[in-house]
Design a binder for this molecule. Sequence first.
Ligand SMILES: N#Cc1c(-c2ccc3ccn(Cc4cccnc4)c3c2)n[nH]c1N
Length: 244
Amino acid sequence: MRLDIVSIFPEYFAPLDVSLIGKARERGTLDVRLHQLRDWAHDVHKTVDDTPYGGGPGMVMKPEVWGEAIDSIIGDGAPRMVVPTPSGRPFTQELAQELAHEPWLLFCCGRYEGIDSRVMAEYGTRLRVDEVSIGDYVLAGGEAAVLVMVEAIGRLLPGVLGNAHSAVDDSFAPGAMQNLLEGPVFTKPPVWRGREVPDVLLSGHHGKVARWRRDEALRRTMRNRPDLVEALDASALDKRDKEL
Ligand SMILES: N#Cc1c(-c2ccc3ccn(Cc4cccnc4)c3c2)n[nH]c1N
C-alpha cells in the first residue's frame, strides 16, 4: 500500500518511522511519502491560507495550493483521498478495514479552519473522497487524526501484526466479539501485590476461558459503552454463545 500525506507539518509524522508502521515500511508493506504543502505555494512567504469568504474567525486553506500539490502528487493516478475534518463521517474499525484494502491512499491534512471546500468537490469528480472524523472533539489540524488512521489501517495489513496477534480478535472486528470492548488482560506473575489472576484463566479449559472473556467484555461494554450494548440483540448474543 502506498500512502501519500500532505501537510504543512510533515515532521508531525516522525512516529511513522517507529514500531509496527516503521517495520512495515522497512519491509516494503507500506510506502509512506510525506509532502510539505508549502512547496506548492509560490509567494515569498509560502502562503497557504487566506481570510474566509462571508467573514468569521480564523483562516481557510487556499484551493490553488492544494490543487497544485494534489495534481503533482497523483499525476494521472487515482488514489482514495481521505480528508480529516471535525465535520466528517465517523472513522470506525469498519472504515479502517475498508481502507486497508485500498492500494493507494492520499491523506490531506488541513489546518486553520479547514481546506476550501472546492478542493474536495474538484477531486470528488475523479477520486473517491472521504471526509472523516476520528471523534467528537476538536483538534487544531488533521495530522493527529492521520496518525490515528494510519495506525488503525496499517495494523490490519498482512504481516504487520505478526503471528502473535491477529486483528480478527479486535473489539470491533467482525465475529463473536464484534461491538464488544476488550475485557481485562493478565500476565505473570499469578499473584501481584496480593492480587490474584482469575482462576479460570489458569484452568486450561479453553471453553470456560472464552466464555469468561465474553462475559467480562460484555460487563465492561455495558459499563463503558451502553450504546454498543443496545446494538446487540438477544439473537446476536445467542449466536455468540454458540460460537464460544
Ligand atoms: N479528523 C478530525 C478532527 C479534527 C480536525 C481535522 C482536520 C482539521 C483541519 C483544521 N482543523 C481545525 C478546525 C477546528 C474547528 C473547525 N474546523 C477545523 C481540523 C480539525 N478535529 N476533530 C476531529 N475529530
